[in-house]
Ligand binder design. Structure first.
Ligand SMILES: Nc1ncnc2c1ncn2[C@@H]1O[C@H](COP(=O)(O)OP(=O)(O)OP(=O)(O)O)[C@@H](O)[C@H]1O
Ligand SMILES: [Mg+2]
Length: 525
């Protein structure tokens, strides 16, 4: 064994690292599929090394997702194999679990350089970078799957054995075959062992089922079989099981101000209809989830989504997901139930609030009709501004009449914005819908974010608060008072660093039942 770990580099020896990942904070805006057969899109996964390439595979008549990685010729491959084998013998596996990726990369690159030196191998800087990509992918990441794990748009990854392609579910383009194939059962079994190790579990032939959580909180299920009749081990990974963003975390990230949240809290309590809009990955769903914390604790909530993303702890919450059990290998989901069907069904359950993950098509009609007849709804929609949203609602395939669009009370516009050098999420504006007719619409904008100063501005005139006052017989003074108190409470929670899912919900719930108790605790009254 080479004794390379004793050679600790001195500070002055610190050399420039060649391998660097440039993660982009911007999430690619993906185009709609207009013509399948000419569809061709490419976006970075681990830039500048690997890319996703999605295109129409003519011979097989299907959309495919190819992972493109740096090319290695035979001689590079041999070098990589030698280096990987030597590193495996030397490396301390527990070190690889270290959280700071930069530290691990530095450690790996230094040792690779030492190994190259010991073996007397000479390679160009460019080759070294490409080799480092694979070393990083296999030692720090999840091997062939790593680039896909880094793809924001991927929901599920599924492998049904060796010598058969890995399939995935994409947020925008749904089910696709990939170009990743595990060549034999031994390799796949090794990969399942790695999944187990990463999730702190153990699999064996005696104990062949893995059900675990990976370090990035993705859920993993796998089987470790060597049944000759099957194609060997299998695995599936479900991404996105993050702790939801709580309203207080949104204050912490400066996405909103406590005033905005206090205002939304009142609006949600008094059953207004709310739509969160914005571009892809602007934080719509996270915001919707955070606002749902304000729904009174005893309310009956029905939620309908394409993919299970919302997380609430209301006792009376009935979550449902439109797409059932993905039969990926067979290419089509079985027992499909659409959002439209679920929504129609949900109104039989007499919900107090209806949450629809994202409005896209014909389900909008049912949703807005219900909203117009007094079932408050909360939802998201892909649109950059209020005018675009209204146009989208009124034209095909949604085709809502203006009278139904008008049942919407408020629109929250989310955006990804650069503040200083950092990409952040900000609630750009809140608009109250006053009137929508066939040719025009009128809105009032009580909140606006000023990008130059990164500040939120609040105008005191709110048409919706006036409406609540009339409809529920509460004076504006009372509402203003509530607004002030809730702003203080939210601010106090932030100052006391109460960010957690359950802690935040508990305080909101107590405020509904015994406000004085919680206000005293935070010295507000
Ligand atoms: N306020 C925020 N601050 C920082 N990051 C955020 C914030 N809200 C959401 N994110 C992160 O941004 C990503 C996208 O969030 P989310 O899924 O809520 O966006 P979306 O607009 O619903 O996306 P899509 O268009 O795909 O439905 C997630 O990784 C999430 O953790
Ligand atoms: Mg979303």
């Amino acid at each position: 064994m080479l004794d390379i770990f004793k050679k600790k580099p001195k500070i002055e020896e610190k050399e420039k690292l060649l391998f660097k990942i440039n993660p982009s904070e911007n999430i690619t805006q993906l185009p709609d599929v207009t013509d399948r057969e000419s569809f061709d899109v490419r976006y970075p996964l681990i830039p500048p090394y690997s890319y996703a390439h999605i295109f129409w595979d003519k011979p097989n008549n299907e959309m495919v997702y190819f992972v493109e990685e740096p090319k290695l010729d035979d001689s590079d491959k041999r070098t990589l194999n030698i280096l990987e084998d030597s590193l495996k013998e030397l490396i301390d596996i527990s070190f690889i679990n270290i959280k700071e990726e930069d530290v691990v990369i530095e450690y790996l690159e230094k040792n690779i350089k030492i190994l190259l030196n010991e073996f007397g191998m000479r390679i160009t800087e460019d080759t070294l970078q490409r080799i480092m990509y694979y070393i990083y992918r296999d030692f720090v990441g999840l091997n062939e799957i790593e680039p896909i794990m880094k793809d924001y748009f991927i929901e599920d990854i599924e492998c049904n054995g060796s010598q058969t392609p890995v399939y995935l579910v994409h947020r925008k383009y749904r089910n696709m075959r990939t170009n990743i194939v595990f060549s034999d059962n031994k390799k796949l079994a090794g990969f399942v062992e790695k999944l187990a190790q990463k999730s702190g579990k153990y699999v064996s032939y005696a104990n062949p089922i893995l059900d675990g959580i990976l370090p990035d909180s993705s859920r993993v299920n796998a089987t470790y079989t060597q049944d000759i009749s099957s194609r060997g081990p299998t695995f599936s990974i479900r991404k996105f099981t993050k702790e939801p963003w709580t309203p207080i975390k949104l204050i912490d990230s400066r996405t909103v101000s406590p005033e905005i949240l206090a205002y939304l809290w009142l609006l949600v309590e008094y059953e207004n209809n709310l739509m969160v809009i914005g571009a892809t990955a602007s934080g719509k769903t996270s915001f919707l989830n955070a606002i749902s914390f304000f729904i009174p604790p005893q309310a009956r909530i029905v939620s309908i989504e394409d993919t299970r993303e919302l997380q609430l702890i209301h006792e009376n919450w009935l979550p449902s997901v439109a797409r059932e059990g993905v039969g990926l290998a067979s290419g089509k989901p079985h027992g499909e139930i659409t959002i439209f069907e679920l929504l129609r069904e949900s109104f039989r359950q007499r919900p107090d609030y209806v949450i629809v993950g994202e409005v896209r098509g014909q389900e909008a009609f049912v949703l807005f009709q219900a909203a117009a007849s007094g079932h408050p709804m909360l939802s998201t929609m892909h649109a950059e501004d209020v005018a675009t949203m209204i146009r989208r609602l009124e034209t095909p395939p949604i085709n809502l009449p203006p009278s139904l669009v008008q049942s919407l009370d408020i629109v929250c516009v989310m955006s990804q914005a650069k503040v200083g050098k950092k990409m952040t999420r900000r609630l750009r504006e809140i608009s109250e819908i006053i009137d929508v007719n066939a040719t025009n619409f009128r809105i009032n904008t009580p909140f606006l974010w000023d990008p130059r100063q990164d500040k939120f501005y609040f105008k005191t005139n709110s048409t919706i608060l006036d409406r609540i006052s009339v409809k529920h017989g509460i004076s504006r003074e009372q509402l203003n008072n509530e607004f002030r108190i809730r702003t203080k409470l939210l601010w106090a929670m932030y100052q006391n660093k109460i960010f957690g899912f359950k802690e935040v919900q508990d305080i909101i719930n107590i405020y509904y039942k015994a406000p004085e108790q919680i206000l005293k605790k935070f010295n507000i009254i």
